[in-house]
Design a protein around this ligand. Structure first.
Ligand SMILES: [Zn+2]
Ligand SMILES: [Zn+2]
Length: 403
């Protein structure tokens, strides 16, 4: 896919060929993958039930299915899962020839969400073959990502991989996804307001590259999802479409930009630090998007105070543009009650301070740090987010959730 652009780069492109978001999209899988005839399909017990079984039937009937493997749940993107996929990517029935390497499939089709997609993306990359995904839940913006966050040696690392050649989102399947996954997708998407504001600040303060068209594309998609968000609990199909498309557009923005800048700022750097702190403490991290939702509300409170108290003509007008979005986020939270992940004072503050250097990226955290204000702002933001936006923790809302 390629778009012409008015920014200094002149155009943007990404290797993804097809993004299909529609009702009953799975029915088109054989047609979309018509160039592949040795498809290795990977799902887990849950995703097989909701979509994999149907995809398998269709690809079998068209003669394109080489092998289908169904992994046990929960599927974590770790050494065990990747090893299993790699072992299954060989054909045990094939006559053994000591002088030959085993014949590879010609395509890996991931049926699932974050974990399966990230694991398959890595295996396909290592096998040197294309891959695609039937996304079963709109839970994060990683379907169009080039990197895979994987658990290795007890920690979380981000590995460079390949990008999906085809992304197929069946809205009817996505609408039936478990509620935590829907809320996670919403959280990941709403964080874009903070990411885009940080990007504009960096453009003006550090001269960083900025593309207005990419930023607007992501902003519009986020606005649309925010407007429809209150209907998420009733699984309204247009709300699911807005979230699914919004996350894909955010993923496209990342691919077009060549970095996650349009989709990840203060809120992600804080949230991803919390994820790492949880893993380091031997706990399973929360769903990425739920964590980001929590980080977003903290970042909102940081920006609000900066706007009130720091008279810097370079950033004040930029924040002012986003104040109505912040109000809308707050109104949405009163209806939707996005769960919070982290509520422990010391944990939140530590993640906020360490989050500043999570990656090399100029954000409001660095701006405050340079002025000796970060700790004080982290404290006040924590207090404000707990007083104004907190409607319960994830564990309180979903006590049986295992991921
Ligand atoms: Zn551009
Ligand atoms: Zn994210």
């Amino acid at each position: 896919m390629r778009i012409e652009c008015t920014c200094e780069r002149g155009f943007h492109e990404m290797p993804t060929e097809v993004i299909e978001v529609s009702e009953h999209a799975v029915e088109k899988v054989a047609e979309i993958l018509k160039d592949y005839h040795r498809i290795f399909m990977v799902s887990d017990e849950n995703t097989y039930r909701v979509e994999g079984r149907r995809a398998e039937e269709i690809l079998k009937a068209s003669g394109q299915l080489w092998k289908s493997v169904v992994l046990p749940v929960p599927t974590l993107p770790n050494e065990k899962t990747l090893g299993r996929i790699l072992i299954e990517a060989g054909d045990a029935a094939q006559p053994y020839d000591i002088n030959q390497f085993s014949e590879n499939p010609d395509y890996v089709l991931a049926v699932g969400g974050g974990s399966i997609n990230d694991s398959c993306r890595m295996v396909a990359y290592r096998l040197g073959i294309p891959y695609g995904v039937c996304g079963t839940a709109p839970s994060m913006d990683g379907y169009a990502s080039v990197v895979a966050p994987l658990l290795c040696k007890g920690a979380k690392y981000v590995y460079n991989c390949t990008i999906a050649r085809h992304i197929i989102i069946d809205l009817n399947v996505n609408a039936e996804a478990p509620e935590p996954l829907l809320l996670a997708g919403l959280g990941d998407l709403l964080g874009k307001y903070i990411a885009l504001l940080d990007w504009e600040i960096s453009r003006d303060l550090t001269g960083e590259y900025y593309c207005e068209n990419i930023a607007n594309m992501v902003l519009e998609a986020t606005d649309k999802a925010l407007m429809l968000a209150p209907k998420i609990k009733s699984r309204d199909i247009e709300t699911i479409r807005a979230i699914s498309e919004g996350l894909l557009i955010s993923g496209e923005g990342i691919a077009y930009c060549g970095s996650s800048r349009p989709a990840s700022g203060t809120e992600h750097m804080i949230a991803q630090t919390w994820e790492i702190m949880d893993v380091q403490a031997g706990r399973l991290p929360y769903l990425h998007g739920v964590e980001v939702g929590c980080g977003t509300f903290e970042a909102v409170e940081i920006f609000r105070r900066v706007y009130r108290e720091i008279d810097d003509p370079r950033i004040k007008p930029l924040i002012e543009k986003y104040l109505p979005k912040f109000d809308a986020l707050e109104a949405m939270q009163k209806e939707v009650h996005l769960p919070f992940t982290q509520t422990d004072h010391d944990f939140v503050i530590e993640g906020t301070l360490r989050g500043r250097t999570f990656r090399e990226r100029y954000t409001i955290l660095q701006y405050l740090y340079d002025r000796g204000l970060l700790e004080d702002y982290a404290e006040s933001a924590y207090k404000a987010m707990m007083e104004k936006h907190f409607y319960g923790t994830f564990k309180e809302q979903f006590p049986d959730w295992e991921e």
